[in-house]
Design a protein around this ligand. Structure first.
Ligand code: NAI
Length: 270
């Protein structure tokens, strides 16, 4: 979409990391931004440090009633939403999936997948009726590549966000609503700390698994401001996939090679 025609963006998980990078990038295009986040302390700090083009609303993306309240507050402040960014999420927990507490699996799916659906359900039909809008759903490169141990539940949620976004894109395209799926690689953020504090049991009882991998290296990830600019460009060009790190193309091809090799075996006569 033409970013100069957009007036209002609604960004979940926008009080930190990638979401904040996206919010600031869109604000630089003159777009008013509602930041919705479960962490009210971060939300207050972010809104307090920015100007009148930002609104903060407390929202747990799992709470469908709260979505309605957040939407109403956002629209009262800045009018109808032209760009919806479903970005809030928590990270993986490092457990083999067979060892995972079912409550942990439920929580990952509830925030990382159903939270995205809840945003779509709250805003999508009105955006479709109006046209001239765009939706970005944050998945991960983990939604495009496979077979990474300790991340199965997270990858399941993120793969589903990719599939949801691909399907929605074809549903919304006739109504002039673009849909992009954001698949970040490693971006510097507070994901590991926030997963530990917000996720509760998601980071408990990990039985010595190496979940510090992210903590050690995430500080050396991409600057979220760069990811935010990539998202703004992705919206402007109506890209189906916004992939922050091109080197992951190799991993995506590895998966495709495994699919191809499997098909060769199943389709051979013996
Ligand atoms: P972050 O922790 O810095 O930001 C996530 C924000 O989401 C936080 O402000 C947090 O308070 C909020 N949040 C968490 N649960 C929420 C809920 N139930 N309702 C509302 N807000 C909630 O982490 P980051 O890295 O910026 O994560 C953003 C998205 O990017 C997530 O969906 C994550 O899975 C995804 N991602 C991040 C990568 C990275 O390397 N940082 C790589 C791939 C994907």
């Amino acid at each position: 979409m033409d970013l100069s025609a957009a007036r209002h963006a609604f960004v979940t998980g926008g009080a930190s990391g990638i979401g904040l990078g996206i919010a600031d990038a869109l604000a630089r295009h003159g777009i008013s931004v509602t930041i919705a986040d479960i962490n009210e302390e971060s939300l207050d700090a972010v809104i307090g440090s920015r100007g009148s083009g930002y609104l903060g609303v407390a929202l747990d993306v799992r709470d469908r009633e709260a979505w309605k309240v957040a939407k109403a507050r956002a629209e009262t402040a800045f009018g109808s939403v032209d760009i919806l960014v479903n970005n809030a999420g928590i990270g993986f927990n490092g457990c083999d999936v067979v060892d995972m507490d079912p409550a942990t699996f439920d929580m990952l799916i509830a925030i990382d997948l159903i939270g995205v659906f809840n945003g779509v359900a709250c805003f999508g039909s009105e955006m479709r009726a109006r046209g001239g809008a765009h939706i970005v759903n944050t998945a991960s490169v983990m939604g495009l590549i496979s077979g990474t141990g300790g991340r199965s539940a997270y990858s399941a949620a993120k793969s589903a966000v990719v599939a949801l976004s691909e399907g929605m894109r074809s549903e919304m395209e006739p109504h002039n609503v673009g849909v992009s799926v954001l698949c970040p690689g490693l971006v510097t953020s507070n994901l590991d700390q926030n997963t530990a504090t917000l996720g509760g049991h998601v980071r408990e009882n990990i039985q010595g698994k190496d979940i510090d991998h992210g903590r050690g290296t995430r500080a050396h990830g991409m600057d979220p401001a760069t990811a935010g600019d990539q998202v703004a460009r992705g919206i402007a060009h109506n890209l189906p996939y916004i992939i922050t790190h091109p080197h992951y193309l190799g991993n995506i091809e590895t998966r495709m090679d495994a699919i191809r090799a499997s098909v060769e075996v199943t389709s051979s006569p013996s």
